[in-house]
Design a protein around this ligand. Structure first.
Ligand code: HEC
Length: 174
């Protein structure tokens, strides 16, 4: 009896440690509209990058596996449900060893667009959320912050509200 109990406890511990390894538990607060921080986004692949001269920052746009599959096969208008786009921004810095190079400085923010045509129908089928600074503070005073996101993304409504065009690597077809 004791042995079974111990065995049980051990397997629970093993399963638990496996879960925690794949999805580290975080204490990052959700965005004011209830969207949880997409833990694990750093493992996603690159969709494109940008240098915003109006905001003096450099950005990397990443996609989760569903977004990457859509990007590589050109099925991005509309993007499929389940696709998540992340945009990570750093303040720009001049490379101390090569002044002509604009490179990432301090981490500034990460923001997300989560495609779900049912859940986020009220905001053009995308869930918007942003976390600012190294401490990843949820951005926005209340849930209405997302209206600002939608408004500025509206000029590209005919591209499913997404500015970024996926970049292709060497042998990949466009
Ligand atoms: C003032 C205009 C403006 C506002 C407000 C804005 N965005 Fe954007 N967003 C842009 C532009 C321009 C780009 C593409 C260029 C870049 O920054 O890389 C972009 C790109 C993005 C991307 C990458 C996918 C894409 O569309 O290219 C995400 C994700 C994103 N924004 C999320 C958000 C979220 C979340 C909010 C609200 C918290 C928001 N944005 C508010 C202008 C805006």
């Amino acid at each position: 009896m004791k042995k079974t109990y111990l065995l049980c406890l051990c397997s629970v511990a093993v399963i638990w440690s496996e879960i925690s390894l794949s999805e580290p538990v975080t204490n990052i607060a959700p965005a004011p509209n209830g969207i949880e921080f997409p833990v694990g986004y750093k493992k996603w692949q690159v969709i494109s990058l940008s240098h915003r001269t109006d905001k003096d920052s450099v950005r990397v746009i990443l996609g989760n596996p569903i977004a990457i599959e859509a990007a590589r096969s050109g099925k991005t208008n509309p993007w499929p449900d389940g696709a998540i786009l992340a945009k990570t921004a750093w303040n720009q810095r001049i490379d101390e060893n090569w002044p002509a190079a604009v490179v990432p400085g301090e981490f500034w923010q990460v923001e997300f667009m989560i495609k779900d045509s049912k859940k986020y129908a009220a905001t053009k089928d995308w869930g918007f959320a942003r976390w600012r600074g190294k401490e990843l503070k949820p951005w926005g005073e209340d849930a209405s912050f997302e209206q600002g996101c939608v408004a500025c993304h509206t000029p590209v409504a005919n591209r499913d509200y997404v500015f970024t065009s996926p970049v292709f690597f060497d042998t990949e077809k466009k």
